[in-house]
Design a protein around this ligand. Structure first.
Ligand SMILES: Cc1ncc(C[n+]2csc(CCOP(=O)(O)OP(=O)(O)O)c2C)c(N)n1
Ligand code: SF4
Length: 278
């Protein structure tokens, strides 16, 4: 590589904003931010060509900490906002981020339809199996016997949502799982997800040490899938069901037609305003 090329190549810090994250010390979301900025630098994406859309939650604060276009939306609606953006700005790299509560509880229906629509975007779910921002309630991915929340002192007794299985059934064309304790692995998966044409889900196990201190143990439990990814949905379903949910790596990737609505005839402000006149 010539010295000139080296100078021009962006570094992860070019994608970080000057705003200091307010996350608790040890929160897994720090490592996700770091993996994301490394992935953007690796791909050398122009900052003005990237949009990072989120909902509400500790994890959803991430657009403020990245130096790309950002939209901190409303709870559970990140995928809907991002789909609208991608529909009119197909040229942008659209990234969507949030938590398991935001994405699978209030945002669950948007998740299903984003998977089946297969628009070209990357959805990063920082999964800590809890609602961190609202002080520790059970989320859709919480184990049924987790009894440390005042809201559910005997556990929820409800089987947890399986993000990878649901994404597969709903039609997602790229499904991966990362771990914040493995930043290089997460960076690699993010690069692959962003490069994938179509809807890419990357679930990143990201501990909430404040409300789930026992998740410190994840570093001893998480391991890599021992097999390569597959493009066969039946095989992917078997692998997901046979797994504890703590294996990381690319699970499934397949190329299917990407959905993109025809471009608007005109996006001038006057014309858009005219469409909304009643
Ligand atoms: C419509 C609406 N309902 C509920 C809330 C309260 N609320 C804010 S964040 C949140 C859950 C956040 O959990 P998660 O998405 O898992 O992210 P984390 O904070 O764990 O990173 C909830 C229920 C809200 N802001 N808006
Ligand atoms: S409450 Fe949990 S998820 Fe939120 S910043 Fe603190 S450690 Fe992270």
């Amino acid at each position: 590589m010539s010295t000139l090329t080296q100078k021009l190549k962006p570094r992860p810090k070019h994608y970080k904003s000057d705003i200091k994250p307010v996350w608790c010390p040890g929160c897994g979301h720090f490592a996700v931010l770091s993996a994301l900025t490394k992935a953007l630098a690796h791909l050398a994406l122009p900052r003005e060509q990237v949009a990072l859309v989120s909902g509400i939650g500790c994890s959803s604060r991430i657009p403020a900490y990245a130096q790309v276009y950002g939209f901190h939306g409303i709870h559970g609606r990140a995928l809907a906002l991002a789909s609208g953006l991608k529909a009119v700005r197909a040229d942008l790299t659209v990234l969507v981020a949030g938590g398991d509560g935001d994405g699978f509880s209030i945002g669950g229906n948007h998740f299903l339809h984003a998977c089946r629509r297969n628009m070209d975007m990357t959805y990063i779910v920082m999964d800590n199996e809890v609602y961190g921002m609202t002080k520790g309630q059970a989320s859709p991915t919480t184990a049924p016997d987790w009894a440390s929340s005042k809201m559910t002192p005997k556990g929820t007794g409800i089987r947890p949502f399986q993000p990878a299985a649901i994404a597969l059934a709903a039609g997602a064309t790229f499904i991966a799982r990362g771990f914040s304790g493995d930043p290089n692995g997460s960076t690699h998966l993010l690069v692959q997800a962003i490069e994938h044409p179509g809807f890419a889900l990357i679930q990143i196990l990201s501990p909430c040490l404040t409300f789930r201190p026992e998740q410190r143990e994840w570093k001893n439990i998480v391991s890599k899938f021992s097999v390569e990814s597959t493009s066969d949905p039946a095989q992917a379903a078997q692998r997901i069901q046979a797994d504890s949910g703590m294996s990381t790596g690319l699970i499934y990737s397949r190329h299917l037609p990407v959905w993109q609505p025809a471009n608007r005839v005109s996006t001038s402000l006057n014309n858009i305003e005219r469409e909304f006149v009643v």
